[in-house]
Design a protein around this ligand. Structure first.
Ligand code: NDP
Length: 455
């Protein structure tokens, strides 16, 4: 499923040396290189207008994490065998606020993936306008097939090191792939025990009964749909009556399906690493949640229990004809061939629910074909934005209702869309949300770095 990246097209003279340094310093980090290349490829015009950013070495600094933490995570499985995983926390930038970004538990996790995610997070968080810095962490631990007790012991061991680097004013993690409500509970519990502090504001995505905010669980999927709704509205269009293709069947996918359905569309696909299902009658969300959230089963189960659905093993979920696509599984899951297939089937809009799910050639193909394309750092920023709302509620000991929180999320996604749209217009790349999001975010980060000096 994961595409490989063989080379990078040359960048503008003002930014190429920065990229060369990244390649030289991080030669074995293809995902990190890809994420940096995408940002550098769009912000040269900002540097032309702001030579002070070049003089202050903003780019040279922003591509280097402020701090990188790697640590051993030893734990004992149910059979009494010792297991060792590797833990990571990349604290990329705290210029706009405390480090903020999720933890990912997946066997593919390595330094490159955590650095790419942390780098993206700086700009995503800047777009939210919520005063949060960028970070990411995780481990190559695979929760699939592990017992509750094993997951808990792993989380406790992981936190026995990570706790010393966290805090509500320092670094505030959240979930990501493989880290949902269950894992956050165990991680928070371990932090509380070790530090003797019930510090609600040091973790987001908590249960709503112990400091969690309404809509945090739904926020990333809902937000990706709200962003697509904003893009469609620019063309006088909407979700009403559309067929929507969604990949993944985790947190982001489930709530993207829910919101698209509430807006009058039919969500027809879901997937996991074993294959995908097509359900022309519309995904039955309760059944999907039962299988994925309660039973932690495989996606084939959905087709086994639903007459209108079929399971496809192998192949690509993007071969299914849809009007709107919301890739919500993982990085580089949507190849150029997938983009061509979607374009051939008349796709109108693509909104990245996952981080960097479309390979660069696929993004270019969508843009050439005039497909509305929303990059993840803008489209999936609803999750972290709602995390920031959770932090505010924790700090002020308030609790907002579901309705108030959803309205606030909708407003934030509309603001992010507006910021990306306007920045693209201002820099003569109207309609290019990749450039617009990067430019709008970079300007916020660069201005703060300039103001705070060389640090
Ligand atoms: P979950 O763990 O809840 O779900 C991930 C889904 O993607 C699962 O269906 C999983 O299938 C599938 N998947 C993961 N890796 C692969 C792979 N290598 N190949 C095929 N399928 C895969 O994660 P989330 O829904 O939280 O995250 C999904 C994406 O959204 C990620 O890119 C994440 O970074 C991004 N994101 C998440 C946010 C959040 O708030 N949760 C916020 C912003 C972005 P399987 O179970 O078979 O592995």
């Amino acid at each position: 499923m994961t595409a490989t990246l063989t080379d990078f097209h040359p960048l503008a003279e003002s930014v190429q040396p920065v990229f060369d340094t990244v390649l030289a310093r991080s030669p074995h980090e293809p995902e990190f290189q890809q994420a940096v290349h995408e940002v550098l490829g769009t912000i040269a015009p900002v540097l032309e207008k702001h030579p002070e950013y070049v003089e202050a070495g903003i780019l040279d600094r922003v591509v280097e994490p402020e701090r990188q933490i790697m640590f051993r995570v030893p734990w004992v499985d149910d059979a009494g065998r010792l297991q060792v995983n590797r833990g990571y926390r990349i604290q990329f930038s705290s210029v706009l606020g405390p480090y903020k970004g999720g933890l990912r538990f997946h066997p593919s996790v390595n330094l490159s993936i955590i650095k790419f995610l942390g780098f993206e997070q700086i700009f995503k968080n800047a777009l939210t306008g919520q005063g949060i810095g960028g970070a990411k962490g995780g481990s190559d631990f695979d929760p699939h097939g592990r017992s509750e007790a094993e997951v808990m012991r792993f989380c406790q061991s992981f936190m026995s090191e990570l706790y010393r680097h966290l805090g509500e004013h320092t670094d505030v993690p959240a979930g990501d792939i493989g880290v949902g409500g269950r894992e956050i509970g165990y991680l928070f519990g371990a932090y509380r025990k070790i530090t003797n502090r019930h510090e609600s504001g040091m973790f987001t995505g908590k249960g709503t009964g112990w400091g969690g905010a309404e809509v945090r669980t739904e926020a990333t999927g809902y937000g990706a749909v709200f962003f697509a709704q904003e893009m469609l509205a620019v063309r006088g269009d909407s979700f009403e009556g559309k067929r929507v293709g969604i990949s993944g069947s985790g947190n982001v996918a489930i709530y993207a399906i829910q919101k698209a359905t509430q807006l009058g569309a039919t969500a027809v696909t879901a997937s996991d690493s074993s294959g995908y299902v097509v359900d022309d009658a519309g995904i039955d969300l309760e059944l999907l949640r039962q299988i994925k959230e309660v039973e932690r089963g495989r996606i084939v189960e959905y087709a086994n229990r639903r007459a209108s659905a079929r399971f496809v093993e192998g192949g690509s979920v993007w071969d299914v004809p849809v009007d709107i696509a919301v890739p919500s599984a993982t990085q580089n899951e949507l190849s150029l061939a997938d983009a061509e297939s979607l374009i051939g089937n008349g796709v109108l809009a693509v909104s990245e629910g996952a981080n960097m799910p479309c390979v660069p050639d696929a993004v270019a193909a969508f843009q050439r074909a005039g497909v509305l394309f929303a990059p993840g750092k803008a489209a999936n920023a609803g999750g972290v934005a709602t995390s920031a709302l959770e932090m505010s509620q924790n700090a002020s000991r308030q609790r907002w209702t579901f309705g108030d929180s959803e309205n606030k999320l909708r407003e934030i996604m509309s603001d992010i869309h507006r910021a990306a749209f306007d920045a693209a217009e201002k820099y003569d790349v109207g309609g290019d949300y990749v450039a617009g999001a990067n430019i709008a975010a970079f300007q916020r980060v660069a201005a703060a770095m300039l103001a705070q000096g060389v640090i």
